[in-house]
Design a binder for this molecule. Structure first.
Ligand code: DQA
Length: 158
């Protein structure tokens, strides 16, 4: 199993950026955490970060046929980008949305998530742990999907 972890604008500034909201760990610390979880879960991970909306769209498109799933923190583009939503819908890879902060308890302009509309699950307000939870969730999700249990909605004649 191979997942792409995508981070949007300003997440490269972790550690410097609003430590009261996002903590003191750096972007490199975040990648280390995810790498260790991936190793323990026997999952391969790739990473991509950009401050540019189109580059994030490109990364999602290029994940098609290469990765089995996407873990995505679109940063502020969460609340504005229909292009990222459309890219997720285009590739139809299972995606999990992550937010380091508890977006639900923040400003009104953060209350909509376009990307979230194409994600199977959202983890928020858990700091860096949210990415690790997302990875474990995605692994479980794909494993269960590959082995539908009795009582699933698959045609029994298949
Ligand atoms: C964020 C929340 C967004 O509202 C914000 O614009 C970010 C980070 C988070 O991880 O909590 O850049 O996605």
């Amino acid at each position: 199993m191979k997942f792409l972890v995508i981070n949007g604008p300003n997440l490269n500034m972790l550690g410097i950026r609003e430590p009261g909201v996002y903590g003191t760990g750096t972007y490199e610390d975040l990648l280390d955490r995810i790498r260790r979880t991936a190793e323990a879960e026997n999952v391969e991970v790739g990473f991509f970060q950009s401050n540019h909306e189109g580059a994030l769209v490109d990364a999602i498109q290029q994940a098609y046929g290469v990765f089995d799933g996407i873990i995505l923190n679109p940063g502020a583009y969460t609340h504005t980008s229909i292009a990222i939503l459309d890219a997720l819908k285009a590739v139809r890879l299972p995606a999990v949305e992550v937010h380091i902060s508890d977006v639900k308890s923040r400003e009104p302009f953060r209350q909509i998530s376009y990307a979230g509309m194409a994600c199977v699950k959202t983890f928020m307000g858990m700091g860096f742990d949210g990415y690790c939870e997302a990875l474990r969730f995605l692994k479980r999700y794909l494993t269960e999907r590959a082995q539908p249990s009795v009582g699933s909605d698959r045609d029994p004649r298949e």
